[in-house]
Design a protein around this ligand. Structure first.
Ligand code: DX5
Ligand code: ZN
Length: 229
């Protein structure tokens, strides 16, 4: 799939689950192509969200959308097939949860999905160098994973810039995704810093006019793009 970068990816964790299908359709009608699904197990992160059954429902509601499944779980290898079967296009796993990360990335690909690796705010991107040639996407957490609505960690800008530099230095073309606390106040600068995929939960769904908010965020993201130093 080719995408018009930068991509705004709503995180449905922040949606109203009593009308999840309607809110997903509203996003799609507003031009959204990429949907971020946050999977939490209550062990790797101190919260529980939802599982493959909900991802399957999202797939049934949005057959043409790109489903970006973010596994914040221990032992992700045990669930890769389930989420691939549920309709994931991309599955990302945490560096901190994968003692055999190369094998896990291969497992994701063998299940027909694009593969992403995620780093928490305190994890250096330098640790990712050996796996970067194997992944389609790197997700930089700009909050501590587990909850939506948290404050953006400002040092994430520098982390994005440093990763974009490493990508150029290694002549690779993985996507750079940011996740957590993305809003009207930082989305243009994040795009300018080199972010390709901007995950936004609260700033998309915690409003009474989702289409208007999506339009605002998309415009800001595109104004920041192309100014990369
Ligand atoms: C947090 C999740 C994020 C979160 C984003 O663990 O990975 O995707 O849902 O929500 P906001 O945009 O509200 O910070
Ligand atoms: Zn996420």
């Amino acid at each position: 799939m080719n995408f018009d970068l930068p991509i705004l990816a709503p995180s449905i964790l922040a949606a109203n689950f009593s009308k999840l299908g309607i809110e997903i359709e509203t996003c799609i009608d507003s031009g959204i192509q990429w949907i971020h699904c946050d999977i939490m197990d209550g062990h790797f992160v101190p919260n529980i969200s939802y599982g493959p059954a909900i991802v399957k429902s999202v797939r049934d509601t949005a057959p043409e959308s790109f489903l970006d499944v973010h596994l914040m779980i221990e032992n992700p290898d045990n669930f890769i097939e389930d989420f691939a079967d549920a309709g994931a296009d991309l599955i990302s796993v945490h560096y901190e949860a994968c003692p055999h990360l190369h094998r896990t990335i291969q497992n994701i690909k063998m299940n027909g999905c694009m593969a992403g690796v995620v780093v928490n705010p305190a994890t250096s991107i330098e640790l990712l160098r050996p796996i970067l040639p194997e992944v389609d996407l790197v997700l930089i957490m700009s909050v501590n994973p587990g909850f939506g609505g948290q404050a953006f960690i400002e040092s994430s800008f520098q982390k994005v810039e440093a990763l974009a530099h490493i990508r150029n230095e290694m002549n690779l073309n993985f996507l750079i995704e940011i996740d957590g606390g993305v809003s009207k106040n930082n989305i243009a600068k994040l795009s300018e810093s080199g972010t390709d995929v901007l995950v936004a939960g609260s700033s998309v769904f915690k409003t009474d006019d989702i289409p208007q908010r999506i339009s605002e965020l998309n415009h800001l993201a595109k104004t920041g793009a192309g100014k990369i130093a």
